[in-house]
Design a binder for this molecule. Sequence first.
Ligand code: BGC
Length: 746
Amino acid sequence: MKTKFNTVLWILLLLAYQLSFAQAQQKTVDQRVDSVMRLMTLDEKIGQMNQYNDDRIATGPITVDNEKAKQIRNGQVGSLLNCVSTERTRKWQEIAMQSRLKIPLLFGQDVVHGYKTTFPIPLAEACSWDLDAITLSARIAATEASASGIHWTFAPMVDIARDPRWGRVMEGAGEDPYLGSMIAAARVKGFQGDNLGDVNSIMACAKHFAAYGAAIGGRDYNSVDMSDRLLWEVYLPPFKAAVDAGVATFMNSFNDLNGVPATGNKYLQRDILKGKWAFTGFVVSDWGSIGEMINHGNVKNEYEATLSAITAGCDMDMESRSYKNNLAQLVKDKKVPIDLIDDAVRRILQKKFELGLFDDPFRYCNPEREQKELNNPEHTKAAREIAARSIVLLKNENQLLPLSKSTKTIAFIGPLVKALKQNKGFWDVEVPGYDSNFIVSQWQGLVNKVGLKTKLLYAKGCNIEGNDRSGFAEAIKIAKKADVVILSIGERRDMSGEAKSRSNIDIPGVQEDLLKALLATGKPVVVLINAGRPLVFNYTADNATAILYTWWLGSEAGDAIADVIFGDYNPSAKLPITFPLSVGQIPIYYSHFNTGRPATSDNNRNYNSSYNDLSIFPKFAFGYGLSYTTFEYSNLKLSKNKMTPDEKIEVSLTVSNTGKYDGEEIVQLYLRDKVGSIARPVKELKDFKKIALKAGESKPITFTIDKEKLSFYNQQLQWVAEPGDFDLMIGASSENIRLRDSFELL
Ligand code: BGC
């Protein structure tokens, strides 16, 4: 008893010590920031709020400016973006060290899915529902990027996206606020590590605040018109999760929200983010978005745009030069109180201190570390594993997959088979000194996997786009010689990403015609679909023998695909976004309302909420994905069927692997609040578990239902759980509900 008491006492003392240490550290940072700020002129303060693009690569419209070095020397620049490698960052930092106050520059970069080692695009990685794997991939990206001079990534993008026409759907975690929030937190933790002061940590940036993913018609940069309820319930939660996970920075957004550009939106940035959520980091604009408020038609000129952005809480100007050109005058004209500028500068300097840059501005510029980390075999291994975990098995007729490693002849066909760089997808980083040779092509992956006895045949068949069928004959010829055909088709990597919205999201060109021709040989065909978004591919879905949705898997794509094709990894991924049957269904998402005239089947279209010419059901539902094995769910038990708001219900069930292969299953828990003062969706994901089961093995799993899981925003935007009945559904996808029960909140 006494020993136990002593242990508790020790733990409490330790916690108190840690707390006071952290407080003392924070105090020191604050004091150090103050001591620098006391020395700063207004121009130098404004300089900290100004961010420029380096001259080599641009991720937005370029403003030619030959005076960057001079301005840095004058203390007029606080940060650079698109500046990578220890050599390049050192060069600029040395110039910053010639400035009067020697305030170090921050180097920001879109490290979105890996740095040199490239991981699956974020939407693909989200298919793993594997939070540890997602954290690890961000951790490795941070380790490499920080070794290459970068302090700050413009990631994660946590925009909920329900429109696959929008090219940037590839950058996020899909359509669901619960899954999106878990993944947002996992990515922030991965990038930032245990402590921003560690030399392998980089600042994360939750973007784009807010609602950018709901651009009307899926057209990039378009307006967003949204109710407060939808904003709070669906679009804001991943941002809040990022704040709770300690994200250091936020980026605002190109879109207007209900007529007010996000960049000049005080409600979003000052009231919600810095007010209600007490966010202590800083907010950077999106590329040029301060100046773009003139085009939105909310301000007359740059002067007004600057006033609007700083008042709304935007601390740093990326590339529009509005702050640099107008802030001093606005202070002089008494339109902007100096307190607003001091607050922004304090937030920025705090981060520079926390990163340790004032102690050593070159601490991220160590070429030996750069060499070592960029060639770390552990990173390659993790990228391969995570890529395999991101591949979604959509179809597997006659259990064609996994293929046997002793298959005699395989015809590997398609425009993406031998591609290297395509596998990286959009938002890769061009790291100087590393060309594409380190990327494992899909062809190479297969070569690495099969033994000498297997004959691999190759034909390109066709291009990604265009009508040229001249390669079909060769493809058919080799298909006829093979036991099985693997066909790799899809988009080009730059068909999704920023400014890559498409109105037609079919598989481009004649690629599906090529599939048709290959199927006519009577050979079984495994189709690999490479894409940055859910595509519409009904012919393929209905006719291919097996389909793996491989998205863009990164630098280890080839090996990961081969691991899955031959069963060294049993696919476990599930879709984090609904795949439409046709663009006509967009936006389509699983957590819709029931409506007053719900349609439940395609057979009855009489005065109910359906289409006359199209099914109401998606092609592939949210949460869907197959395995080489099968899982059974049984034995659902609730610890009770009534709970008060202070109580909890334990939900338990058994999951059994009833097939021949070891595998992993993502068990999904959905709730439906039957009656609410605001209509509630037909289903909402509230929890999930990913479990590994050996063939024949069963495991119990449990979930806990508490008041939080039952809450929603009511009409007054209060977060409440209303008493009443709830349906509980345990599913292998949002459509495939295996077990049901119900309970009541008293
Ligand atoms: C994008 C941001 C990105 C920035 C810098 C903008 O065009 O919207 O997501 O971080 O460019 O590259």
